[in-house]
Design a protein around this ligand. Structure first.
Ligand SMILES: *Cc1c(COP(=O)(O)O)cnc(C)c1O
Length: 383
């Protein structure tokens, strides 16, 4: 029997062909291709009316630019989940912030506002949810908490292209937000890529400067200044032309990709619900008003041993399945970089019990059925 892979990068011959054509016409015309990409994004229903994003070399690069734009001074703090990819933490650490790790909610694996509230201080400058698997965090509550102490909401929406809350795209709620087009995400810009949404108009020129070595080159190009100057810390972050062309062609398919992944996600959910009712596993509880994008489908097992058992059982049946983040707070660097919310009980528990199942565009509903049968078989075998 053929392996069912965990992930397959999204791309088609048509997308490659379109990207190559664009590059053939405009190889050294970065701004032309960028404008085409922005227009494509603005033409998608979900992204209409948002400020044009800045396209970056990776989601990590977008996080780094976002963190630099916060201009942290020593001692200022950022509250983030411990259950995330190290990129979230690295960006703020590099920008000079103290990291404050909050616990997550067991129903969504997103930042728990109660934990965030316990961690607020006069030094809190930003609160950073990640919207795990493209399922919205408790945005209204987190916004309220940020407001209460003069901090801003920043989103690491790396999982979230095509996902929304109350009809608005994730990544566009905070003052700034990032997304990723890495090949493991729903759509890709040919391997590596990301973007930065800057909804706060006062921050756009600073962000632009950071992406061009901290200079006002954009103002120079627009004829607003006679020579460009080095004004702040910055770097080389802008997405390469081929990636932009590839992403533009991929965006044509975004709605279809989101719909298909949602359909597969719902199929999993429906087929595994009886096992949840029997108490064998737990599934994600999608909050009302959250528009999902089917980025991740996971199950939570009773304990680490059972998770490893199920993973092994699936591998024996040629089905790839993986755990996910190991808590960042519980590491040598995590401890030296900041503080956390006590025992971080849910984070510790979830990281040992989560198992992610295959999810990608090549996956068929028959395969989802085969996977769910294998999960059920493992459950029955234990009695
Ligand atoms: C993928 C990911 C990133 C980094 O994005 P890249 O494009 O791979 O650099 C950051 N944060 C989270 C939560 C991610 O899943």
């Amino acid at each position: 029997m053929a392996w069912i892979r965990f992930n397959e990068p999204f791309g088609t011959e048509e997308i490659v062909k379109m990207a190559v054509e664009t590059v053939g016409l405009h190889l050294y015309e970065q701004r032309t291709v960028e404008e085409q990409l922005r227009q494509k994004m603005a033409s998608l229903e979900l992204y209409q009316g948002i400020a044009a994003p800045f396209f970056m070399q990776s989601g990590t690069a977008a996080l780094e630019v976002m963190a630099l734009a916060m201009e942290f001074t020593p001692g200022e703090e950022v509250i983030l989940p411990s259950f995330t990819y190290p990129a979230t933490a690295n960006a703020f650490l590099m920008a000079g912030a103290r990291l404050v790790f909050a616990d997550i909610e067991p129903d969504t694996l997103n930042l728990d506002p109660k934990s965030v509230e316990r961690l607020l201080s006069s030094r809190t400058k930003a609160i950073v949810p990640i919207h795990y698997g493209g399922v919205a965090a408790d945005v209204p509550q987190l916004e309220k908490l940020a407001e209460s102490c003069g901090a801003v909401l920043l989103e690491d929406a790396a999982h979230c292209i095509g996902a929304s809350f109350r009809g608005k795209p994730l990544g566009t709620f905070g003052a700034m937000g990032t997304s990723s087009f890495h090949s493991t995400k729903n759509i890709t810009s040919a391997g590596f890529g990301g973007c930065l949404f800057v909804e706060d108009p006062n921050r756009r020129s600073m962000v632009e400067e950071i992406t061009v070595q901290g200079t006002d080159r954009a103002a120079y190009r627009a004829g607003r200044v006679s020579a460009y100057r080095w004004k702040r810390q910055g770097g080389e972050y802008v997405m390469p032309v081929f990636s932009m062309a590839y992403l533009r062609a991929s965006l044509e398919r975004l709605e279809e990709v989101t719909e298909r992944r949602k359909m597969l996600w719902k199929k999993y959910h429906e087929l595994l619900s009886p096992l949840e009712e029997e108490g064998f596993l737990k599934l994600c509880k999608v909050p009302e008003s959250a528009g999902i994008n089917g980025h991740v489908f996971y199950v939570l097992l009773k304990d680490r041993k059972e998770r490893e058992g199920l993973k092994h059982h699936l591998h024996e049946r040629r089905i790839e399945a993986f755990s996910h983040y190991e808590p960042l707070h519980d590491t040598v660097i995590g401890r030296s970089a900041g503080r956390c919310d006590g025992e971080m009980e849910i984070t510790g528990s979830i990281s040992g019990r989560i198992l992610r199942l295959p999810m990608h565009m090549e996956l068929s509903t028959d395969q989802v059925e085969r996977i769910c049968q294998a999960v059920e078989e493992f459950h029955r075998k234990r009695f």
